[in-house]
Design a protein around this ligand. Sequence first.
Ligand SMILES: [Zn+2]
Length: 97
Amino acid sequence: MTILKGTFTSVWDGGTEIETEGTLNTDTGQIDTEQVDADVEVLEEEYFTDENGNVHEVCSVCHEYTTKVVVIEGIGKQLTDHRVCNDPDCDNSEQNL
Ligand SMILES: [Zn+2]
């Protein structure tokens, strides 16, 4: 199991960026950080920058796991990309596509 230190960044409506320190479990994609409470503002984007400088997009549903891209064969055998959560229990997981 690898735990990387890094910075969790949330970008709010109007461009406000809030950074908190956190860790990323690279096996499960789970992020551990202090929850940010910003009341009425709209969350636009969340990502985690690990200690190696790699940026991981964070699930917009559970806010606790990074996401991955899966390719699914759709109508007419057309391949489409879907960004899903690494947490199998999340509503945004690959199982719920
Ligand atoms: Zn999720």
